[in-house]
Ligand binder design. Structure first.
Ligand code: HEC
Ligand code: HEC
Length: 221
């Protein structure tokens, strides 16, 4: 019923309906991109304070715990989509389900805008760059990570997250979760396919390449 109504009334009403139904799953559409672009970082900071995102993700989105991902400087639309996916249960985390339970789509757009303005941790400088990152592996149909995630792991466009400066344990855990299919919120199953081709050693190698510098310094001690 609702779908028919939206279709017949056009895009403006579709946008309003999407924000009204805050439990609706994420879809890539002009309406959702407009909503993400409308995110207000000042309001986002207020909401982050109220919901206490900092308890787990650190004061400015740089997490102090290696298993909790950093969210500072992340691609806005990626952050927004993850929040919606946690809310709808497409991505599974009891901590995150609780954190987003009462948030509207606008709140999530505001939060994504706020964390996008924060400074991420510096990535480790690893030389040489792993083969998989720079060249991929044609024999396994693997594109180089850098093609999508950017030359410096900075992310690309709206869909591809930055990896540079991310927590190493999160990188390893989430790639393993893609590998087993436990994390299945990636469009077109792209990361499930890629991680599914990698060995645990390869996952460690690429994770170390992208991870925050602090982690490598700790390892060297
Ligand atoms: C109780 C701890 C906790 C709180 C509070 C919390 N988070 Fe999280 N968050 C986590 C954990 C743990 C994960 C990793 C879960 C997973 O593996 O899917 C996560 C994942 C995320 C991700 C996905 C990151 C990525 O790289 O894919 C985003 C975005 C996020 N949180 C944003 C927020 C925001 C915004 C808030 C406040 C509204 C918040 N979180 C509150 C613990 C928390
Ligand atoms: C074809 C494009 C593409 C290629 C190639 C690619 N990725 Fe991704 N990656 C994505 C997209 C899109 C997402 C976001 C998926 C989602 O929403 O879950 C993602 C997500 C990720 C995440 C989750 C980030 C987080 O914060 O939780 C990690 C880790 C990751 N990719 C690592 C890699 C590594 C390492 C490689 C190379 C071995 C690689 N990716 C190659 C497109 C790609």
């Amino acid at each position: 019923m609702k779908t028919i109504l939206i279709l017949s009334l056009g895009l403006v009403v579709a946008a309003a309906a999407a924000t009204a139904d805050d439990n609706a799953p994420f879809v890539w559409s002009r309406a959702s991109l407009d909503l993400i672009a409308s995110g207000d970082p000042v309001r986002g900071e207020e909401i982050a304070g109220k919901v206490r995102c900092s308890k787990c993700h650190g004061e400015t989105g740089v997490s102090e715990d290696d298993e909790t991902p950093s969210i500072a400087g992340q691609v806005r639309a990626y952050t927004y989509k993850q929040l919606v996916d946690y809310k709808t249960g497409l991505r599974d985390s009891s901590d995150m389900a609780k954190a987003v339970r009462k948030l509207s789509h606008q709140d999530m757009a505001d939060l994504a805008a706020y964390f996008a303005t924060q400074t991420p941790e510096a990535p480790a400088v690893t030389e040489p760059v792993p083969r998989l990152v720079a060249f991929g592996d044609e024999s396994r149909l693997l594109l180089p990570c850098a093609v999508c995630h950017g030359e410096k792991g900075e992310g690309w466009g709206d869909q591809v997250p930055s990896l540079a400066g991310q927590k190493i344990d999160h990188l390893i855990e989430t790639m393993t979760a893609y590998r087993t299919g436990e994390r299945a919120n990636d469009e077109f199953a792209r990361m499930r396919f890629i991680a599914g081709q990698l060995t645990p050693d390869e996952i460690n190698e690429v994770a170390l390449h992208y991870a925050a510098a602090r982690v490598e310094e700790d390892d060297d001690e």
